[in-house]
Ligand binder design. Structure first.
Ligand SMILES: Nc1ncnc2c1ncn2[C@@H]1O[C@H](COP(=O)(O)OP(=O)(O)OP(=O)(O)O)[C@@H](O)[C@H]1O
Length: 650
């Protein structure tokens, strides 16, 4: 005994090393509005954002700042009203069943207000497309076994229990209402003593057990549901498998739990047995809620599993060795707001629970070993019976021979021999019956040992096809989603490109606009300058015209003067001695002693007749130097006389 405990402790230590802690998976499923709710125009308060896995509910009649008050929750997966049974199976149950087939414990729990679709989700209807998780699981398991290799053998067994008014009942035991007791085994796992556990060899046989159990389940019509489940039901499937090559054994346990629905007594108006059932249901759900709250806190304190049969049975699934998923079912109807809100809060809390699942490696004392031992025993019996049968046949044959010899020799009848043959033939018949019975027992046990790769049933294959086709559909969807995503990314990149180009163009445009503005400024400055210059030019032109006019007058005056005052002979002398100096822009005379004032002075001083030099003392314009006659090359200071417009020459 001590050695066994030691081995178990070692095994548990090993399991601890192999396991990984992970959060419970929590999903929600919204049922469609019922025909009654549609008829009464009941508002839908639920909105689902599948992509972001968010679900929001709106509180009827309450708003802050004119906005309706909404509560948003996020879950691992959300199934809107339009989700099919296969959608739920593929996304929620299939991953867990696959893990159970690897040897893990798996649990699926449907939780929610009464009438929100727990039984619909777990069991569904007979119509194949309406089948719920439990029947889809059968097809999945058997088709998976069909597709494994021959060197793995399986044994599948089933139990179906319910907890009704805090009593554990066996749903496979017919109408026998025997209460069952729960115990803990050596490694702490809770089990129900004397619960029927039947081995199954096909989808048909397991479906038959489910139907039998469902027929025995307590249901009642209530104000909230025509066929309300009044008990928590747990369908348990054990999958044991052994690899023939290395003799390794694993045992996966799958618990499929359809809880009774929580209900507000004021709404169901239950009385009598209905009231007692509802009180027990609410009580056990409240203990479940406490267990979840304690586990969610994660402080490792005392968890009140023992406070109800339900929590005790689910001990391993909540905070223990199991891959667990909770499916919270909710109603979209506005009148169910309180219940929906409470279910969602409860479910959100479940997300915090951590489990630590490990593959259950078993010793050889499992179902397969039991079957093999029984087969061995039956085959030994068969060998004995066959040997006996052979002896009997031989004896009968020898009696027949004896009878033939006696009859032919003595020509007498042999009543003793006839009697003996008759007796022996009866014995042979019974031996043959015994042999047939043994053969059929052997064959039925052999059928329960499922060999991997065997074509177990066509239906399972069909279901597998359904699953695979939905997988393929999903893959196709994924593909087109990916394609769309890529297209979107491409378009996004193109848009960025265009935006960049647009930005550069805009920048260029701004630059050019700046340049244009600058050019425009320069142009207007130039125009302004041009206008000023034009004005100045006009002024100069006018001044030139004026000065020309003045010069003309002066020339005429000079001509008159020279004609009158300079005799012709002097005139020729002056002409021949006068030269135009290009540099000084003056006339210069050779051999003339006096110019300008000197000449005037000279004439005045010495009384000579030297005439006034040409142009002397004559103002003639603003910009023009008056040509002067100079005698000597010695320069003398120039005199300029400026004349502004309107002033007169002196
Ligand atoms: N997703 C769904 N699609 C279509 N019909 C649904 C869906 N969910 C629930 N229903 C329908 O709603 C009704 C109530 O569902 P169901 O009996 O499964 O509720 P429940 O949660 O198990 O209730 P209870 O706790 O009272 O047993 C049924 O008629 C069922 O067919």
């Amino acid at each position: 005994m001590g050695e066994k405990k030691h081995i178990m402790k070692k095994e548990m230590e090993l399991r601890g090393k192999e396991s990984v802690e992970e959060n419970i998976c929590v999903v929600t499923r919204v049922r469609p509005l019922s025909s009654k709710e549609v008829e009464t125009n009941c508002p839908n308060i639920v909105s689902v954002d599948i992509e972001n896995r968010m679900l929001s509910i709106t509180k009827p009649g309450e708003s802050t700042n004119n906005k309706p008050r909404t509560f948003t929750f996020s879950f691992d997966y959300i199934f809107p009203e339009t989700s099919s049974q296969m959608d739920v199976y593929r996304n929620v149950a299939k991953p867990i069943v696959d893990k159970v087939l690897e040897g893990y414990n798996g649990t699926l729990i449907a939780y929610g207000q009464t009438g929100t679709g727990k039984t619909f989700t777990m069991s569904g209807d007979d119509d194949p497309s309406m089948q719920g998780i439990i029947p889809n699981t059968f097809n999945h398991i058997f088709s998976k076994i069909s597709s494994t290799t021959e060197d793995i053998i399986f044994a599948i067994s089933v139990s179906y229990l319910e907890i009704y008014n805090e009593e554990v009942k066996d749903l496979l035991a017919g109408k026998n209402d025997k209460k069952l007791k729960m115990y803990e085994n050596e490694d702490g796992a809770v089990y129900v003593k004397d619960a029927i556990c039947l081995a199954v060899d096909s989808v048909e046989s397991i479906t038959e057990l489910m139907r039998r159990g469902n027929a025995n389940r307590k249901t009642r019509a209530t104000l909230m549901n025509d066929r309300s489940s009044r008990s928590h039901a747990i369908f348990m499937i054990n999958i044991e498998q052994r690899c023939q090559g290395d003799n390794t054994m694993v045992l996966g346990k799958l618990n499929l739990v359809d809880l009774a629905g929580s209900e507000r007594l004021i709404r169901t108006q239950a009385t009598g047995d209905g009231l007692k059932e509802a009180t027990n249901i609410n009580q056990s759900l409240s203990v479940l809620s406490n267990v979840i709250a304690t586990l969610a806190e994660g402080k490792g304190g005392h968890v009140p599993y023992r406070s109800s049969k339900l929590t005790r049975l689910l001990q391993n699934s909540l905070g223990g060795n199991s891959k667990t998923t909770i499916i919270a079912t909710v109603s979209p109807a506005s009148m169910d707001f309180e219940e929906t809100h409470s279910t969602l809060r409860y479910a959100a809390r479940c997300k915090l629970i951590k489990n630590r699942a490990v593959i259950n490696r078993t010793s050889s004392t499992g179902l397969i070993a039991q079957f093999e031992a029984e087969l061995q025993k039956l085959e030994m019996e068969l060998a004995l019976v066959s040997a006996h049968e052979k002896e009997e046949i031989e004896m009968i044959n020898s009696n027949h021979n004896m009878k033939r010899v006696k009859c032919s020799k003595q020509k007498i009848s042999t009543p003793e021999i006839d009697e003996e043959v008759k007796r022996q033939e009866e014995e042979l018949k019974s031996t043959e019956e015994q042999k047939n019975d043994l053969l059929s027992r052997i064959s039925s046990i052999q059928k329960l040992i499922l060999v991997g790769g065997e074509n177990l049933i066509e239906k399972a294959k069909r279901q597998q096809f359904l699953l695979e086709s939905s997988d393929a559909e999903l893959k196709n969807l994924d593909k087109s989603h990916k394609h769309l995503q890529e297209e979107l990314e491409k378009k996004g990149a193109e848009r960025i490109d265009v935006e960049e180009k647009y930005n550069t163009l805009q920048e260029e445009d701004t630059e050019l606009t700046k340049k244009i503005l600058k050019c425009q400024e320069q142009l207007s400055a130039i125009k302004e300058e041009y206008a000023i210059k034009e004005h100045e030019y006009q002024r100069d032109e006018e001044a030139l015209i004026d000065s020309n006019r003045l010069l003309l007058r002066e020339v005429q005056l000079a001509n008159v003067m020279t004609a009158q005052y300079i005799p012709k002979e002097y005139w020729r002398t002056i002409e021949s001695n006068v030269q135009w100096n290009k540099e000084t822009l003056e006339f210069q005379t050779r051999g003339v002693a006096y110019t300008g004032n000197n000449m005037q002075q000279g004439r005045g001083d010495n009384g000579s007749n030297v005439p006034y030099a040409y142009g002397m003392n004559r103002p003639y314009g603003e910009y023009h130097r008056k040509p002067r006659i100079r005698h000597s090359s010695v320069p003398r200071p120039r005199r300029y006389i400026y004349m502004t417009k309107g002033s007169r020459a002196q």
